[in-house]
Design a protein around this ligand. Sequence first.
Ligand code: DGY
Length: 324
Amino acid sequence: MSKPKILITRDDIPQKALDMLKEKCDVDIWPKSFPIPRDEMLKRIPGKDAVFCLLTDKMDEEMLNAAGPSLKVIGTMSVGYDHLSLDEIKKRGIKVGYTPGVLTDATAELTVALLLATSRRLFEAHSELLNGGWGKCAWSPLWMNGWGLKDSTVGIFGFGRIGQGVLTRLQGFGVRRFLYNSRSPKKEGVALGAEYVAYDDLLKESDFVIITSALNDETRDIFNEEAFAKMKSSAIIVNTSRGGVIKQDALIKALKTGQIRAAGLDVMTPEPLPADHELINIPNCTIIPHIGSAEVTTREGMATLTAANIIAGLENKPMPANLC
Ligand code: DGY
């Protein structure tokens, strides 16, 4: 019997996952470690039974039409799924697997790293090292002062696994209050000593605002001009979810005018951000290139979970982690 056909949209997938898929499927791999161009994907997808995709690959109506009726399973190597047109996918009865859980620790850890890098100004300090700034002032009492977490109020927007993981990791820093906002109060909030507050109160009261929510119609651009106007001028915002949650022009203005103090971004719009983008040269903005889950065992876990989802979907068995 012939094996099901799968398109894998990148060649730098952890080997263990590739081996799993090669054993069960007839594999067509885009042989590069950068995103498959859309026209190339449109050419390769017809007749495939499954697709192993990444958050850089849009699975929209056009792509699904190109795939045709053979497509039964999509496995995305990500917990975020804003690149998948779920309504269209559901209409066609295609199963979707994703990777919740396996990247929680790595992403929560990176969020804390980015929060500290932003609040203690690590990138600015590193630039001073390179540009001779340190040589000029040696050690100075007021030089490179940042803002600590002790006695602060930390507000977490989106209180799923990653948001809760961030809170747990911050528990040793002497934070005075943890606030969170999500669709509704969560029982985990009580156990973690976090207060559920309205979105506006989170904005007004937090010294540090941490975004770990999904991107959807409710959250797109929710951090906009009005939101920044409600925040403290001393507030620091950190985003490791999706760039689209922040209205970026409004953020740039808020950073440049001192409406808020600083931002730490692992995600932004567009990705990749052009090297000459305005955001990159704002000193109170710490930017890293979407590396929240970039940790060796995490990426292997994401890839093998994606492979397991796809294989289960093709074999008509329950997926370990399915969206639909
Ligand atoms: C995801 O899986 O959605 C993350 O953004 C990857 O780091």
